[in-house]
Structure formats: C-alpha cells, structure tokens
Write a protein that binds this ligand. Sequence first.
Ligand code: 5GP
Ligand code: MG
Length: 207
Amino acid sequence: MTTEGEAHTRTIPDRIQPTPAGWESPELKGMLISASEIQSRVRELADQIQSQLPMDKPIVILPVLSGSFLFAADLVRHWRFACELDFIGLSSYGASTQPGLIDWTHKIKTDIKDKHVLVIDDILDTGQTLDEVKKELSKHHPTAIHTCVLLNKTLKTSGSTRFQADYTGFKIPDHFVVGYGLDFALKFRQLPFVGLLSPNCHGTDAD
Ligand code: 5GP
Ligand code: MG
C-alpha cells in the first residue's frame, strides 16, 4: 500500500556525486542531494502542504530540533497562510551513527488543543522519534497531527511496518547522511547539500 506521503516523494538512487568545490573534507565521501534539488523540492512540498491542509485557522508548525532547523527555515519561507511557529527538541543519536535512546531536549510549550499541527523533522529512519512525538503531542488534544520529513530512508528489511510521514521530500538509500541540518558529532549541519560520510568516520554503515 502506498501512503499519501510516499506517492508524492522523489526517490534518490544509490549514487554518489563529487563534493561541491569549497566543501571538500576528508570526512566527506561525496554528495547525495544537491542544494538546488533540495530547494526546488522544498518549494514543491510547501505548495503541496498548503494546498491540502485546512487553512481557515492558524496551523501550529513544530520543527523538531536540531536536525530540521535549515529545512524548516526554508519551508516556512514559502508559507503564505497564518501559522504559529514553535519548536520541540528530541535527540537520539548522541555522537554516533547508531540510534540510541530518545531524549526530550525541549517539550511542547504552545497550546495545540483543537488545532492542526504540522511536525517537521529532518529524516525518518526507524520511526522511533516521530512515534514518540505523536504520542506526546496527542496528550494535548490537537485536532490532527500532520508530519513532514525531508528524508525517508529505505528500509533494510522489506515488508516491515513503521511510521510513515504524511509528506516526504526524498526517499534515500540506507546510508548515514549529513548536511542541510543533519550532523555527525555536531559537524556538517551547515552544508547546503546532503552528503555521505567517509567510511572511516563510522562503524557499520561504512559504505
Ligand atoms: P528515527 O527515530 O526515525 O530512527 O531517527 C530519526 C532521527 O535520527 C532523525 O531526526 C535524526 O536526528 C537521526 N538520524 C537518523 N538517520 C540519520 C542519518 O542518516 N544521519 C544523521 N545525521 N542523523 C540521522
Ligand atoms: Mg532529529
């Protein structure tokens, strides 16, 4: 079955492109998605979401810190309807490339009762983070929780059910990625493109 988010996603093949000039680093193996591909997809996503969600009342936009900060900043620059913008924070990776325990770093402070909420996250991997976010936000009785992720990793195992986002920018191969908000030990968040780490930087996902 294809969900609404999957039907509209763009699939990135298992490719590697040269790191753009000026951004080369021994820790970077190359580029997966260019800055211009990201920008045009972000604009499409913003248009798609605004055409589908009810806009009669302000929607509450909740980016998940820290990884979604660039994605959310670019997405909301295309937002023409009324919205309330606040942030929530969770972290799961620490300084490694393997998922760990989820830790709330900033819980919701805004009143979301009887409102539509749009959660924005950087990447969907195991789905644990967005599962936890939805569970926590539901306790505050919003009208509906919509989710949007820039990246959705292809599962290693087929047929398994896991959290699906309502809106997805790109479906990507299962590699550890950095850039455009995503970090490795707090580095590379500032890259305007999505890149792949060099094999010597991490353990099991070395290529
Ligand atoms: P999940 O809870 O879905 O397994 O993972 C979601 C969170 O883990 C993301 O919000 C992100 O912070 C982190 N994450 C998952 N995959 C990657 C990745 O390939 N690179 C980076 N930098 N972070 C990742
Ligand atoms: Mg995150």
